[in-house]
Design a binder for this molecule. Structure first.
Ligand code: RIB
Ligand code: CA
Length: 315
């Protein structure tokens, strides 16, 4: 595929095991040009997210892709949640033993990088945000015009028609910084929301870990090693589940091939005050909704076709 036909993307990550899968999927997809990985707090601290991102890029032999650190904490409040050790391990990569990365993150803020790329390539760049929404909110605060210059923001976050995963109503990426998410939702930037509505339907079956080990490539071994921990956490948190959720990879998949999902335009707000529902993504699902839709929400997914596509790229 010619360079000119590739879609330029920035992947905003809190690396995390499924973030690592999303990075590998993006790097190994010829349809995409990965401009950089911007990092934020979430599954791990922002410093750990940057270190993990560098380690993943080294496994992919792509240490030419820049890693740019961003938000260390929510915009306006003390953190609502800490690191997600029970899902991603103490180091964020399933406690796999990895040497310190040789490369270093850039001496620049993630928000600055997003603004710079949006200005450099107007109407071309898609940001795929699979951590907290803090870096995107900071970028828009820094330069509000980027809402007209970015092609789209594809968010892994929220739960519009299904239960949450950190509270009965809230999904982790939105819950971690609800004000940042609400600010982004109101900004006017084109948004596609890839929430738990669809990502809990795209499961990686446990048998694929054995297949990765059998393939025995540098990447497939690495993926199997980090995913063991994530798989076990899904088995213990969701009794009877048939695998672990490919949250962040699906957001990348939707950019590569939008026909993996069916979307509906909906007005969605974030509850930033609720006693029981802080961080909830409240979609106006009424037939006569009072406000114009502010995003396309993914409601259905062709899970099998997506899984096969993802697996073909992780070799
Ligand atoms: O709720 C799932 C999301 O939270 C994923 O992006 C995962 O990596 C964590 O950030
Ligand atoms: Ca993530």
């Amino acid at each position: 595929m010619k360079e000119a036909t590739k879609q330029p993307i920035i992947l905003d990550v809190d690396t995390g095991i499924d973030d690592a899968m999303a990075i590998a999927y993006a790097v190994r997809s010829p349809e995409l040009e990965l401009l950089g990985l911007t990092t934020c707090f979430g599954n791990v601290t922002v410093e750990e997210a940057s270190r993990n991102s560098l380690q993943v890029l080294e496994q992919l032999d792509r240490d030419d892709i820049p890693v740019i650190p961003g938000a260390a904490e929510p915009l306006f409040r003390p953190p609502l949640k800490g690191k997600t050790v029970s899902v991603h391990g103490h180091n964020g990569l399933g406690d796999a033993e990895l040497s310190e990365p040789k490369g270093a993150a850039l001496d620049m803020h993630a928000a600055e990088f997003i603004v710079e790329q949006a200005r450099k390539r107007p109407h071309e760049v898609t940001v795929i945000a699979v951590g907290t929404m803090t870096n995107m909110a900071l970028a828009i605060m820094k330069d509000p015009e980027i809402v007209h210059l970015l092609k789209r923001v594809v968010i892994m976050g929220g739960a519009v028609t299904v239960p949450g995963n950190v509270t009965p109503h809230a999904e982790a990426n939105i819950y971690a910084d609800p004000e940042a998410a609400e600010f982004l939702f109101r900004s006017g930037v084109p948004i596609t929301l890839v929430g738990l509505d669809v990502t809990m339907k795209t499961l990686l079956p446990r048998a694929e870990l054995a297949n990765w080990r059998e393939k025995n490539t540098k990447l497939s071994r690495f993926m199997a090693d980090i995913t063991d921990y994530y798989m076990d956490s899904y088995t213990s948190f969701y009794p009877g589940i048939l695998g672990c959720a490919l949250h962040d990879p699906l957001a990348v998949g939707v950019v590569i091939d939008p026909t993996f999902v069916k979307t509906k335009p909906i007005h969605v707000q974030v509850d930033t005050e609720g006693i029981y529902s802080i961080g909830r993504t409240v979609g106006d699902l009424r037939a006569r909704a009072e406000q114009e839709p502010n995003m396309d929400v993914c409601l259905e997914v062709d899970a099998d076709r997506f899984l096969q596509h993802f697996l073909k790229r992780i070799v």
